[in-house]
Design a protein around this ligand. Structure first.
Ligand code: GTP
Length: 339
């Protein structure tokens, strides 16, 4: 079984972090998000992965080099951004004749891929879409299924906070169903390809699972994914909470809350307080500083006695001593200017 993993988005909602590190390569506790995604695939018998992106391979090359073993990785560079559908169509030459998984590379899930494949085969589906139940579907389009889980239609984002099933971004596809499409421009799998397959009568099924699922597209969700991993909510992975990399230096006089991850070579000074936050490799939190609900990017520095809350500090960003920042995104290699 093979999988196409999409790693070519712009990651605009996670700026400035994604200005220096591609979204799927951002650390998630101890290793890149993409490592978690590939390990999950390997646990379910996916041994060959095709990574597809309009970025040059150089952006991902160190990751591919460092990651040896299962699953093996084939890289495809898109001539231009093709969107989620175009990227999958463009990878068809590498997937072979049988059904394959396709998924977004920015999703943390413990979805039972083995069960999903069994369901796909039993129902003789041409497409199976993983579904996730949400209580408030305003941020998502809804997927409507019949009592046998066959997908009937896709609805636009609702205006009211209603519950429903949403597309969870993992698919099983029969290559033949994509044969009529060409990867010449931007094409959306969910807005163009799936509705067209349904309209032509193809058996498209939903797979509703009671799995952990979070897309890591925003700073809030990126933080939440850390908290949930540290809290043991994601099946198959366990961490100590707080998590401190072996090479990090946390002063014994610093106070770390439970929902905290401190990356390799990062420093936390005496009297500092860190809660509900992620400190990336090589970053520094000065003496007596307070870091709350914040992502401190790689090599960023929070000055002594400063408070940062609900902030995102880009790589190499600097917060001066003794200032308070709230709700700010500090660009890469820039000194924050307190309001
Ligand atoms: P935002 O700019 O913050 O919306 O992020 P994004 O550009 O990554 O978009 P989105 O979160 O909707 O993307 C979902 C998944 O599809 C992510 O894993 C992206 O990397 C991937 N993706 C989006 N567009 C493309 C594309 O043109 N080519 C490839 N290969 N992957 C894509």
């Amino acid at each position: 079984m093979k999988a196409v993993v999409l790693v070519g988005g712009f990651g605009t909602r996670l700026r400035p972090l994604t200005e220096t590190v591609k979204k799927e390569l951002l650390p998630l506790v101890d290793r890149p998000i993409l490592d978690h995604v590939l390990d999950h695939l390997a646990r379910h018998g996916v041994h060959e992965v095709i990574l597809s992106s309009p970025y040059l391979e150089a952006a991902f090359h160190p990751f591919i080099e460092a990651r040896q073993g299962d699953p093996t990785i084939t890289w495809i560079t898109e001539a231009a951004p093709l969107g989620t559908g175009g990227a999958i169509v463009n990878a068809l030459g590498a997937v072979g004749d049988g059904p394959f998984f396709a998924l977004n590379g920015d999703i943390l899930t413990d979805l039972d891929l083995t069960g999903m494949l069994e369901a796909h085969r039993e129902r003789e589906a041409v497409v199976t879409i993983s579904l996730h139940h949400v209580e408030d579907a305003r941020a998502f389009g809804l997927v409507v299924t019949d009592e046998r889980d066959r997908v009937l239609e896709f609805l636009e984002k609702p205006i009211d906070p209603i519950p429903g099933e949403v597309n969870a971004g993992t698919y099983i596809l029969d290559p033949a169903v994509l044969g009529a499409w060409s990867a010449v421009g931007e094409l959306s799998i969910e807005r163009e390809i799936f509705p067209s397959v349904i309209a032509s009568g193809g058996p498209v099924f939903g797979y509703l699972a009671d799995a952990y699922w979070l897309d890591l597209g925003t700073p809030e969700k990126y933080l939440q994914a850390h908290f949930d991993l540290l809290d043991g909510k994601v099946h198959g992975v366990t961490y100590e909470a707080p998590w401190i990399a072996a090479t990090a230096g946390v002063d014994p006089g610093a106070r770390l809350g439970r929902w905290v991850a401190i990356g390799a070579e990062a420093r936390v000074g005496p009297g500092a307080q860190v809660d509900d936050s992620v400190v990336h490799p090589g970053a520094a939190v000065g003496d007596g500083a307070r870091v709350l609900r914040t992502i401190v990017g790689p090599g960023a520095h929070v000055g002594a006695r400063s408070t940062v809350e609900d902030c995102v500090l880009g790589a190499g960003a600097r917060v001066p001593d003794a200032v308070s920042l709230s709700g700010l995104r500090v660009p890469t290699d820039t000194e924050a200017a307190p309001a």
